[in-house]
Design a protein around this ligand. Structure first.
Ligand SMILES: NC(=O)C1=CN([C@@H]2O[C@H](COP(=O)(O)OP(=O)(O)OC[C@H]3O[C@@H](n4cnc5c(N)ncnc54)[C@H](O)[C@@H]3O)[C@@H](O)[C@H]2O)C=CC1
Ligand SMILES: CC(C)CC(=O)C(=O)O
Ligand SMILES: [Mg+2]
Length: 351
């Protein structure tokens, strides 16, 4: 742990993590520093593969307790090929999300002017693409509720149970309706698969109907998750606010990132709206071992995550300035190939 304190405005925990995580976080912090009003007391935590190899622990209890004492957390990415798949993801990343009750996983999907989408945008979304996914962050099949029998034998059996509580669905659905109410189009779409996953699907569907009655000015509809992947490609502007479970939300937000210019631009917040614990902001992408250490990672997603962090803390002016700087940079970027550091420098220079 290393500390870098200045005026005590934002008490920020920083977890670079693995692979490209520290590379993109460095640029996020560069931009944060460039927003001059943002006085930040920073605590950097060395968590991830290196620490796990050294100590056998992914997230010591004492570190988790320290994290609780911050205003917010900025995370790069977790996961490394040298560690068995799932260990760091579960014991570090998901543990933070679950322990800090980050039940609203907020993932905006916006096609910025000048950014190239693989879609024929003029044809399929002439008014642009701008929607937000509210992904449930603490339940679903990610809770580790499952098991395996007769592992390695021809009779192996594995289960991974999706946990869906009325409490969990209701609070995230209400959050999503409230967000939809603040937007121009005031529309919410539930994505699920209730034609097959009928126990959980009907719980979500009934929850949307019931909570929707509290928001008469917000319209709502439904799409099966498989059909939604079609609509995201051939009619993305039908979406305004999407609400969905943890797994579907994970998958659909990688697709949303792809259609809005790439995973290197997609920001997210793991939010506990009650503010009883610090929320955590991170790019949607992972540690990208295929490009780690090469200066190729696009840090824009992390920079936009920093803007989300500031907005969450009520520092909306600084958040808006960062988003404007990113938008201006994206508008001019074209097909130029720039390093991770050069992108961070260019955005910071605009501040
Ligand atoms: N929140 C987190 O910390 C997450 C961690 N992971 C972990 O990351 C590791 C790698 O997972 P993958 O499935 O490969 O997903 P990934 O998101 O790391 O990479 C997928 C593809 O996107 C590219 N990419 C990712 N970020 C980029 C960026 N900023 N700029 C340019 N290209 C970028 C990668 O090069 C790769 O081709 C795994 O251990 C996985 O569990 C995956 C997703 C989220
Ligand atoms: C690595 C997973 C635990 C998470 C993930 O892919 C995500 O949150 O997007
Ligand atoms: Mg993901």
């Amino acid at each position: 742990m290393t500390e870098n304190s200045s005026a005590d405005t934002i008490n920020l925990a920083v977890i670079g993590g693995d692979g490209i995580g520290p590379e993109v976080v460095a640029e996020g912090l560069k931009v944060l520093d460039a927003v001059s009003e943002a006085k930040v007391a920073r605590t950097e935590y060395d968590l991830g593969a290196r620490r796990w190899h050294e100590t056998g622990e992914a997230l010591p209890e004492s570190v988790l307790e320290e994290l609780r004492g911050h205003d917010a957390i900025l995370l790069g990415a977790i996961g490394d090929p040298s560690v068995p798949s799932g260990v760091l993801e579960r014991q570090l990343l998901l543990r933070i999300r679950f322990e800090l009750d980050h039940h609203v996983n907020l993932r905006p999907a916006k096609l910025y002017p000048g950014v190239r989408s693989p879609l024929d945008v003029a044809a399929v979304a002439p008014d642009g693409i701008d929607f937000v996914v509210v992904r449930e962050g603490t339940e679903g099949p990610y809770t580790g509720n499952g098991g395996a029998l007769r592992v390695g034998t021809p009779n192996e059996l594995a289960t991974e149970v999706s946990v869906n509580t009325r409490f969990g669905a209701e609070r995230v659905v209400r959050d999503a309706f409230a967000r939809a109410q603040q937007r121009d189009r005031k529309k919410l779409t539930l994505l699920h698969k209730h034609n097959v996953l009928s126990f959980a699907g009907h719980l979500w569907r009934r929850t949307v109907e019931e909570v929707g009655a509290e928001f008469p000015d917000v319209s709502h509809d439904y799409a099966h998750i498989d059909a939604a992947t079609i609509y995201l490609v051939n009619d993305p502007s039908r979406f305004d606010v999407i609400v969905t479970d943890n797994l579907f939300g994970d998958i659909v937000t990688d697709l949303a990132a792809a259609v809005t210019g790439g995973i290197g631009l997609a920001a997210s917040g793991n939010i506990n709206p009650s503010r009883e614990t610090p929320s955590m902001f991170e790019p949607v992408h992972g540690s990208a071992p295929d490009i780690a250490g090469q200066g190729k990672a696009d840090p824009t997603a992390t920079v936009l995550s920093v803007a989300m962090l500031l907005a969450h803390l009520g520092r909306t002016d600084e958040a808006a300035r960062i988003e404007s700087a990113v938008a201006a940079d994206l508008a001019e970027r074209g097909d130029a190939v720039r390093s991770t550091c050069e992108v961070g420098d260019a955005i910071a220079a605009r501040l």
